[in-house]
Structures are given as structure tokens and as C-alpha cells.
Design a protein around this ligand. Structure first.
Ligand code: DGL
Length: 275
């Protein structure tokens, strides 16, 4: 049981791997009194190159696991590819937050010329989730999307500002830049790890958008505050594959925060019945 030492009100955060730690970082800063459990499905990463139905199956399995084990106050899907496949109303009466709506809202606030780029995984681009939501809110907007599958492994290597990463970012971004975008949605939670390389490829005049701060605002306005006092907050990380590189990256991405534990979980043995 993963929830033994946790306080009453837990936020559960889920990503295909460790990119969602960029979202967890914002949440940890914004909700200093909450306990957090982060589940990274590192054994099955990447989700972004899989079909929608596989991503959906994995995501529902994990969300069910988190609900059963933790009964969390809020579930955060810190993965764009998973967010495109799961409807928030599906999750057993829990408050579920995704990373797409906050990114959409922020990009629409930032753009001045109504030309928005979306860089994301293939699954996210193919789902049209960003394109449809942006245009639904503002039909004037033009959206240019590109899939950038090589960026996830570069992020997991933590190769921001590496000349190779800079080149690959430039190559993926080129078709969007020639369209004259003034705002780029980093439509994959791994990409903020490569922020410097992406900004460099875009040049200084393009706004890079990630979901973090808007997501926190959304959660603040719909989840009750937790006034319960507890000694120290818990930050637990559960990974479906645990290795030394994963652990290193967890510590380096959450530098400012003390991780209570990093554990391996085996979803199969815990949840055979839903496989
Ligand atoms: N972090 C995932 C996302 O935001 C991408 C990584 C993957 O392909 O699994 O889509």
C-alpha cells in the first residue's frame, strides 16, 4: 500500500515518464502543505508514439490505481498524450486536471498575432486536441502543429543547451517559424526540460508556453484548501521501472524539494484484474 504515511489530502500526479516532474515542480511550489504522489510509467514510456487506444488503456489503468490506492483530492494528468485520451468526467467522481486546457488558455492570452505553434508528441498532434480547443475558443487563431518525437529521449538525458539538441529543436521548429508564430505551446511535459534549446531555436521574440502556472490556478479555484497541520509534507515518487538514470533525473528536476521516497511499483501484480 503506497499511502501509509501520507496525510489526509493527497494530490496524485501521473505522467508516462519523468517529464511530468516539470508540472510537479509548479504544484509543489504552489501547494506547500499538500502531500504528493507522482507516478511515472517509465516501463512503458514513450506514450507519445503509441496509438490513442493504447495510451487510453494505460492511462485508465494508472488513474484507477491511483484512485484505489490513494483516494486523492485531485488527480493531475501531467502528460499531454494521456490528457488527449481521457475524459475528465470518467474518473470515478474525482477532480481530474489535464495539462492541455491550461496551455490553451495561456497561449491565447500571450499571442498578439493569433499565430500559435504547437510542438508535441505524434499522438498529441494527431489527436488534434490543441488545434480544436484553440480554435473553439478563438476562431481567429491559426494553429501550426509539429510532432517532435526525438525530444523526449533528449529531455530524459537532460541535454538542454547541447548543440545536438539545439539543432534538432531548430529542425522541428523550422516549419512553424516560417509561418510567423509568436507563441509556441510546449505541448509535451518533457519539453520544459529543454526550454533553453527551444528558446534559442525560436529566438527571443517567441513566447514559450507551458501549463504549470495556469494549471495551479485552476486547481486552486476548484479544490478546497487543506488547513490540516502536519509535520512535514511527503513527496513520493512511484516508477514502473526504476533505474539509476531515473533516480538521478528525479533529484535533478526536483532539486529544491526533498523527495521522501522513490519506489518501484508493479502495476500488474497490484491490478491484474483490469489488464
Ligand atoms: N510527457 C509526455 C507528454 O506530455 C510525452 C512523453 C511520452 O511520449 O511518453 O505527452
Amino acid at each position: 500500500v503506497v499511502c501509509k504515511n501520507l496525510g489526509r489530502t493527497v494530490f496524485a500526479v501521473f505522467d508516462s515518464g519523468l517529464g511530468g516532474l516539470t508540472v510537479l515542480r509548479s504544484l509543489l511550489d504552489e501547494f506547500p502543505d499538500r502531500d504528493f504522489v507522482y507516478l511515472g510509467d517509465t516501463a512503458r514510456l514513450p506514450y507519445g508514439s503509441k496509438s490513442g487506444s493504447t495510451i487510453r488503456q494505460y492511462s485508465l489503468q494508472i488513474l484507477k490505481y491511483l484512485v484505489d490506492e490513494l483516494n486523492p483530492d485531485a488527480l493531475v494528468i501531467a502528460c499531454n498524450s494521456a490528457s488527449t485520451q481521457v475524459h475528465e468526467s470518467e474518473i470515478f467522481g474525482k477532480k481530474v486536471f489535464n495539462v492541455i486546457d491550461p496551455g490553451v488558455a495561456k497561449a491565447l492570452e500571450k499571442t498578439k498575432n493569433n499565430k500559435i505553434g504547437v510542438l508535441a508528441t505524434r499522438a498529441t498532434v494527431d489527436s488534434q486536441a490543441y488545434q480544436q480547443r484553440l480554435i473553439k475558443i478563438n476562431p481567429e487563431v491559426q494553429v501550426f502543429a509539429a510532432a517532435a518525437p526525438l525530444l523526449v529521449p533528449l529531455a530524459e538525458e537532460n541535454w538542454d543547451q547541447d548543440p545536438i539538441t539545439n539543432l534538432i529543436c531548430y529542425r522541428y521548429l523550422q516549419p512553424l517559424l516560417t509561418q510567423g508564430i509568436d507563441t509556441l505551446i510546449m505541448g509535451c511535459t518533457h519539453y520544459p526540460i529543454l526550454r533553453e534549446s527551444l528558446q534559442r531555436a525560436c529566438g527571443p521574440n517567441i513566447n514559450l508556453v507551458e501549463a504549470g502556472d495556469k494549471l495551479c490556478q485552476n486547481i486552486k479555484s476548484s479544490v478546497e484548501e487543506d488547513s490540516q497541520l502536519r509535520a512535514a509534507r511527503q513527496i513520493k515518487i512511484l516508477l514502473t521501472d526504476l533505474n539509476s538514470q531515473n533516480q538521478k533525473l528525479c533529484h535533478s528536476l526536483l532539486q529544491a524539494h526533498e523527495i521522501s521516497s522513490i519506489e518501484h511499483i508493479n502495476l500488474k501484480t497490484n491490478h491484474e484484474e483490469i489488464l
